[in-house]
Write a protein that binds this ligand. Structure first.
Ligand SMILES: *[C@@H]1O[C@H](CO)[C@@H](O)[C@H](O)[C@H]1NC(C)=O
Ligand SMILES: *[C@@H]1O[C@H](CO)[C@@H](O)[C@H](O)[C@H]1NC(C)=O
Ligand SMILES: *[C@@H]1O[C@H](CO)[C@@H](O)[C@H](O)[C@H]1NC(C)=O
Ligand SMILES: *[C@@H]1O[C@H](CO)[C@@H](O)[C@H](O)[C@H]1NC(C)=O
Length: 468
């Protein structure tokens, strides 16, 4: 891998600096190098992706099912109410887009984006043949029959108890604006926690980190903001460590908070907040690598770039090491994962609660450089693909036993009533070549394509039993 950049740099230096060489030698040298590079990356690419497990996987009928491209055809209804042709002529109406419809509380398409009647994950009522199907965007219930409140969340697989824990923002309160220009918000209630053995039946474990009701100077005072909580387990200390975005109602504090517990299901003790590396930190996530080193990734510099840096061995602080990545690209909602030694990340654009286009990025080293490899969304329709299926990334969970396959977790925010925000989980598969050669590179890309497949309903491949 390293030879990729090694080869390119000295060659171009020698070629560019070679005023004493004739033009043809320069061109020959350039072409030769490009050819070798392509050959190298091509064979390397095949090596990487031709693994047996990958082959077995792609031939598996249930994986083919997940990778089927499912189209959606949503018709925008004509404007409501009668309007005379003359009136229509006088005031030509701005064309309504699906995003306008999505953000319009009174849209006739409301039920398309926020289907309310049919409960999707309902372990109490779902008939046996519907079991284990995910319905992206529908209401998902826990085992008590209540809508799951774990927005902006992430999942921890706890090896000790062989249980999945899903943590997220518990937003079951009224949505309001502090002032005219303020974003729609719900007061902090706390971090909701749900446990599951099969990733489908979720039991509410309570609010594992609760808001502070009275102390107004406390980070967790209900008037503040707590977003995107993520938990990782520290093998050395035996502690479960939660990182989260801490902010004031105007998003000017831009900090990260840390909490700690002896148990995955809490309660968590809040340790405090900081601006990591002295920088603003808004949307964030943590990622624990195979070697036990964990990293904090956060949107910074007015959300114009991401920062990434390793945590201390106890996972309670950042170290002094930090790299700026995707500089000037204005990305947020990072979700990191790893496949066959390569790091991948999904991010969203920065448009508040409104959905926008997801991008996938890849890197050989987690500290970068990171390259953008395009929009991962497949299926639905064009608007679906340009809005991440009307949702925003929050986490990518590897499916143990099925290398290259992941669950892409996203939030379909409902700015009119944030507690009614929905979950969009879809299969994410890392396989095959990326769509086009990378912008700043003459080579065949070394990365595999990251694909998120739209499905109105889907379930985990047969043979999945939830356990590692
Ligand atoms: C699922 O079960 C329902 C009854 O519980 C039945 O009406 C329906 O046909 C079944 N669907 C399939 C695909 O088997
Ligand atoms: C309120 O919270 C702040 C910050 O955590 C703390 O320093 C202070 O002691 C708390 N006050 C009370 C009365 O608990
Ligand atoms: C947020 O901004 C508004 C308007 O600028 C201001 O009135 C309010 O005091 C600010 N609140 C906080 C918590 O900073
Ligand atoms: C975290 O580390 C920084 C230096 O990297 C240090 O200044 C700060 O005091 C540490 N914070 C805690 C809570 O240990």
């Amino acid at each position: 891998m390293k030879s990729r950049s090694k080869c390119r740099k000295p060659t171009s230096l020698r070629c560019n600096a070679g005023s004493r060489y004739s033009t043809s030698v320069v061109i020959f040298c350039l072409l030769g190098c490009l050819f070798l590079l392509n050959l190298y990356s091509y064979t390397h690419y095949k090596d990487r992706n031709g693994g047996e497990s990958q082959l077995r996987l792609s031939r598996h009928p249930q994986f083919r099912e997940l990778q089927e491209v499912e189209e959606e055809n949503i018709q925008i209804p004509p404007p409501r109410g009668k309007r005379s042709p003359r009136a229509a002529k006088r005031r030509p109406k701005k064309k309504t887009t699906l995003i306008d419809e999505f953000l319009d509380e009174n849209s006739q398409l409301r039920h398309v984006f926020f289907p309310g009647h049919k409960r999707a994950i309902d372990p109490l009522q779902t008939s046996a043949n519907e079991s284990y199907y995910y319905y992206p965007g529908r209401i998902w219930l826990d085992t008590d029959g209540n809508p799951i409140q774990a927005h902006g969340g992430g999942i921890l697989y706890d090896k000790n108890s062989r249980t999945y824990y899903w943590y997220g923002e518990y937003k079951d309160g009224p949505t309001y604006q502090v002032h005219n220009k303020g974003a729609a918000r719900v007061d902090i209630i706390g971090v909701g926690c749900y446990s599951s053995k099969d990733l489908w039946t979720w039991t509410h474990e309570g609010i594992v980190l609760a808001a502070e009701e009275t102390n107004e100077t406390h980070d967790l005072h209900k008037s503040n903001v707590l977003e995107r909580p993520k938990v990782i387990y520290n093998e050395r200390t035996g502690k479960y460590v939660m990182w989260m975005h801490i902010d004031d109602a105007n998003y000017t504090k831009a900090a990260v908070g840390v909490a700690i517990s002896d148990r995955p299901d809490g309660p968590y003790d809040y340790l405090g907040s900081q601006r990591p590396h002295g920088c603003e930190s808004r949307d964030m996530t943590v990622f624990k690598d195979d070697d036990g080193v964990a990293y904090l990734i956060y949107s910074s510099e007015d959300n114009s770039e991401l920062h990434i840096g390793p945590l201390t061995v106890d996972y309670l602080n950042v170290t002094s090491v930090m790299r700026r990545i995707l500089v000037g690209q204005h990305r947020e909602a990072p979700a990191l994962f790893k496949h066959q030694g390569t790091y991948y990340m999904i991010t969203s654009g920065c448009t508040g609660w409104a959905p926008n286009e997801a991008l996938a990025h890849a890197a050989e080293s987690i500290l970068g450089p990171w390259e953008t490899i395009g929009n991962p969304c497949i299926g639905g329709n064009k608007v679906f693909r340009l809005t991440t299926f009307f949702a925003q990334s929050t986490f990518v969970l590897p499916l143990p036993g099925f290398p290259g396959s992941f669950i892409f977790m996203a939030d379909r925010w409902n700015p009119a009533d944030l507690r009614e925000s929905r979950y969009v989980w879809l299969p994410l598969i890392v396989a095959g070549p990326v769509d086009q050669p990378l912008e700043y590179s003459f080579e065949f890309p070394l990365w595999s394509r990251v694909s998120i497949y739209w499905h109105r309903k889907w379930r985990l491949p047969h043979g999945w039993n939830g356990f590692i």
